[in-house]
Design a binder for this molecule. Structure first.
Ligand SMILES: *Cc1c(COP(=O)(O)O)cnc(C)c1O
Length: 358
């Protein structure tokens, strides 16, 4: 038998979540964010399942090329723009949009001999303090871009730092700062990631840029995905490869961190941090065994996890174990491991077999 670690990708759930975006922002065009292998779900398969996305957002040229080679003709935006002047040949050759967030990029563009024309997204830093120009420079930068003969449309964008927290007024300030800065610049505008478009109606503008909500995880703090009508796209499963009775006082796994409080059945599931399951998930992190809730016990190993089976004493070798997905929100597992769903989804390893269902 082959290793039973599987990621089932439910493309119908993906489409459902996409329509949730459209319902929240009916007047905006959607740039589906599919960087990092579509948050671990498979770049091309996800793109194929999103025919209504007006554009795709990716982090680097390799991702964009994979999409072009798979036959996608749609607008593709390099969210971090070019990393050096040499990128411009590929950018023009593959007809990619670039974000411009730094003077160095502006210089590369201005000095290059571009083979074709291209569209630029001018990124403003309205408070995240990661990438982007100071808002006060927007007119100067836009003018420089427009003066480059091969630059077509210029769109303005920004990114939120705290939009997941509906009580944090920084987002409101970012929106105001952005709108004030771009008032004199022609062209479409984009502000909102998933949290921005769900939580901050004023941020929807011409283009929204959803990522995490497409995959069915909640972008808003304190809100479950279900309450936002999002469905999990990835369900990560494996099987029990051992079930053993342990005695009261037995310790389990590396370091002996977990001590059995009573005689109890202990399962071993074939999946571990070598597959992307978080090693920091502590004893008590939920899993499902044959659909019933159980908890992990002891430290996560590279290839295995021990599971306290007291809640499902009938589970045998071969029983299906769900690590997250259908019936067990990835957000809940992320919280138990002190991380976020983004990291768990992106981190699913290449040993896991992916199955797609439409
Ligand atoms: C990743 C990213 C997004 C998507 O963010 P989510 O929180 O996943 O919705 C949007 N815009 C930019 C610029 C990004 O880098």
């Amino acid at each position: 038998m082959t290793r039973p670690a599987r990621a089932r990708i439910d493309l119908r759930a993906l489409q459902h979540n996409f329509s949730r975006v459209q319902r929240a922002a009916p007047d905006s065009q959607v740039m589906a964010i599919i960087k990092a292998n579509a948050y671990g779900h498979g770049l091309v398969r996800v793109a194929q399942a999103l025919p209504q996305a007006a554009a795709f957002g990716v982090a680097c040229i390799d991702e964009a090329i994979s999409l072009r080679e798979a036959g996608f003709d749609r607008r593709i935006v390099l969210l971090e723009g070019l990393f050096g002047p040499d990128d411009l040949n590929l950018i023009c050759g593959y007809r990619l949009d670039v974000v411009v967030h730094h003077d160095s990029q502006l210089d590369w563009l201005a000095k290059a001999r571009l083979l074709t024309s291209l569209d630029v997204w001018l990124k403003l830093d309205t408070g995240m303090h990661r990438l982007g120009f100071e808002p006060g420079r927007v007119n100067e930068i836009a003018a420089r871009l427009v003066a480059i003969p091969q630059v077509n449309a210029v769109r303005c964008m920004t990114h939120f730092s705290c939009a997941d927290d509906l009580d944090n007024t920084d987002t409101h300030e970012q929106i105001e700062l952005f709108n004030g800065a771009v008032a004199g610049v022609d062209g479409e505008r984009s502000l909102a990631n998933s949290a921005g478009l769900l939580g901050w109606p004023a941020a929807r503008a011409d283009w929204v840029r959803p990522g995490i909500m497409l995959y069915g995880s909640s972008p808003l703090a304190g809100r479950t995905a279900e309450s936002l009508e999002l469905q999990p796209v990835m369900t990560l499963t494996t099987r029990l490869i051992a079930v053993n009775m342990r005695k009261q006082g037995d310790v389990i796994g590396y370091g002996g961190d977990y001590r059995c409080q009573q005689d109890m059945p202990m399962g071993v599931a074939a999946l571990g941090y070598g597959d992307g399951y978080p090693r920091h998930a502590s004893s008590g992190t939920p899993v499902l065994v044959n659909g019933q809730r159980a908890m992990i016990a002891g430290r996560v190993s590279m290839d295995m996890i021990c599971i306290d089976l007291r809640a499902c004493p009938d589970a045998q070798v071969g029983a299906e174990v769900t690590l997250w997905g259908d019936g067990l929100p990835v957000d809940e597992v992320a919280a138990a491991a002190g991380t976020i769903a983004y990291e768990l989804l992106c981190g699913v390893g290449s040993r896991v077999q992916f199955d797609y269902s439409a």
